[in-house]
Design a protein around this ligand. Sequence first.
Ligand code: TRP
Length: 373
Amino acid sequence: MAKEFTVTPWKVEGEVDYTKLIKEFGVEAVNDKLLDRIKKHTNELHYMLKRKIFFSHVDMNFILDEYEKGNRFYLYTGRGPSGNTHLGHLVPWIFTKWLQDKFDAELWFQMTDDEKFIFNPALELEETNRLAYENALDVIALGFKRGKTFIFSDIDYGKTLYKQAIRVAKRLTISTTKAAFGLTDSDSVGKHFFTTIQSVPAFLPSVLKGKNIPCLIPCAIDQSVHFRLTRDIVGKLGYYKPAGLYNVFLPALNGPKGKMSASIAETAVYTTDAPEVVEKKIRKYAFSGGRDTVEEHRTKGGNPDVDVSYQWLRFFEEDDKKLERIYDEYKSGKLLSGELKEILIEKLTTFLKKHQENREKARKALDSYILKD
Ligand code: TRP
């Protein structure tokens, strides 16, 4: 029997059973038929689709039906700015960038500085607001198109958002927020209200442009809970229900299951970490699927399915052939655990060096991506 686990937008614990989550969250598995359909429009499939890192969806066929009729969709995703960006956050953003390029779609990116203030007792609003703009640099650094990418802090775009959030709030009951999120009578009204703010970008462009535009939300599966409510309510408001494409979590460095946490610095790699720091964290903390002795490893082979270095390469090594070779060599015992770690270190430090350069360049471009009112 699988172990107990919890997944809510604010807490992920235990060994996540994604098959169970599909049922629990009312989403559908991404299957080969859907992948073929996407491929018809993109020519190639992103490695995160092929590897089923994006493993589930809601209404992707609706998005493609409309697209095929000439009704283009926009993308919506976001970030709760509670600290520095880590690699787990980049996973859906990297994929979203690919979607933007392939479908020439707008991206609306929400920074929920209000959410992190409400939910985190230790954070002041000034801090989450500052972090919103620091985190925005990571988004821009990935290469999202200027003029097609709109990033906003809930606080600084509040006038526009609030007007729509109250339309959602009017139709949302406390019994629903309790059932959906596990909130209770002792939770603040801020927590109960917050989901209405997160629902707004799922239809705001339709409001602003005065016509219905389909919305696709690529993000980690924990956020799908919000959008289930959003779908019910915005349907009633007369807008398209947002579609979703949902990814599994990047595991923490020290354990093969669960989700990386931004608040445990040793087991997460941040986009701002220096190469020596990345090296040290991986050598010291990356959970190994290797054997106790080199001899045993050579004869029996390692276990890539639990080895976090291998798991991380699945998320960041684009080259399928290379990844397959690493898998085979590790499993056969030819590749040692330490060597596998070095492959990951090389991959990540190269990626982060470029990312950090782009991130600094993004400071100058920041204003041209930000919406305020
Ligand atoms: N609540 C999300 C978080 O804590 C931030 C967010 C807002 C978001 N809107 C979103 C994430 C849309 C994914 C999709 O990270």
